[in-house]
Write a protein of this length. Sequence first.
Length: 116
Amino acid sequence: MAYIRKTNFNRSSNQYNALLRSLARSLILEERISTTETKAKAMRPFVERLVTYAKKNTLASRRLAMTRLHDAAAVKKLFTTIGPRYEKRAGGYTRIVKRAKRGSNDARKLAYIALV
């Protein structure tokens, strides 16, 4: 999983990959999650590649998705419901919508990321 990234969120590479994996799993199962804007932007290419695998719907692409997600339930939903939904779409499977700031003590920008 060689992704170009601007930040590593002050984590080692295996922790960073686990973070992306966990966020992607939640997005696939829930179809809309709330996270920070930076994490949503970092997760977008990871999830879009998984949806592209699901559109192909071959054994090889299913195995690639399983190696990326490590969750059989998420892979099953990805290939049975999400992949066929985007069969005719040429990309842009996620949408990031910015939310209001939390409060005066926390300056993190929040956002929703959802499957279109």
